[in-house]
Design a protein around this ligand. Structure first.
Ligand code: ZN
Length: 196
């Protein structure tokens, strides 16, 4: 097995008004045991994601969710099987992390939360420089959304206890790409301080 050199999570302090949180695809089909593409580790990150959201709301961060949202005959189903069909229970955000009315929910078509969505426009309007990204899957939608954000020069922070993948390799590969390629910073919910 290849050993991957990944930086340790570090203490980070960010101003709430300059920071948005993006919760990636924490939907029933991925994070609920009855979901069509259940990721057991995603379920285990729900308490950490919930704590992150609590801290973020208290600090006045803007909160965005992405929601995988497919049509009935989406070509992605050839890769993954049917999942996150728009309007179904599986596409809903899990009950434990339900968005608040002031949050923004972005329905997305592919792995990248920016592709074909108003996410970039809305983040620019929010005027934030820092993005804290959590959710699932680490090596798919989290990685592509983090990468897409970094290509647009947002500063990326990922609490390692809030993302999940199907295998340890996938998880570590995502952390490697986020840090090495996109210069994202790894932290944890407890090491992340969100203030005024
Ligand atoms: Zn999908």
């Amino acid at each position: 097995m290849v050993e991957v050199d990944i930086p340790r999570p570090i203490k980070v302090r960010l101003a709430g008004g300059d920071t948005a949180v993006i919760v990636v695809d924490m939907q029933n089909d991925f994070a609920h045991p009855s979901g069509k593409l259940f990721v057991p580790n995603a379920r285990e990150t729900i308490p950490a994601c919930s704590k992150l959201l609590e801290k973020a709301r208290a600090a006045g961060c803007r909160i965005f969710y992405t929601q995988d949202w497919h049509g009935r005959d989406d070509p992605e189903f050839a890769i993954w099987g049917e999942h996150a069909v728009g309007g179904t229970w599986g596409a809903e955000i899990v009950d434990e992390l339900k968005p608040m009315p002031s949050d923004v929910v972005i329905k997305k078509l592919r792995y990248d939360g920016f592709y074909g969505t108003p996410l970039e426009h809305l983040l620019r309007l929010a005027g934030v420089n820092n993005l804290v990204i959590c959710g699932t899957l680490a090596n798919i939608c989290v990685l592509h959304t983090a990468g897409s954000a970094a290509l647009r020069w947002w500063r990326i922070y990922v609490p390692v206890d809030t993302i999940s993948a199907l295998t340890d390799f996938d998880y570590k590969a995502a952390l490697r790409q986020i840090t090495f390629l996109y210069r994202g910073v790894l932290t944890s919910v407890d090491l992340l301080e969100l203030g005024s």
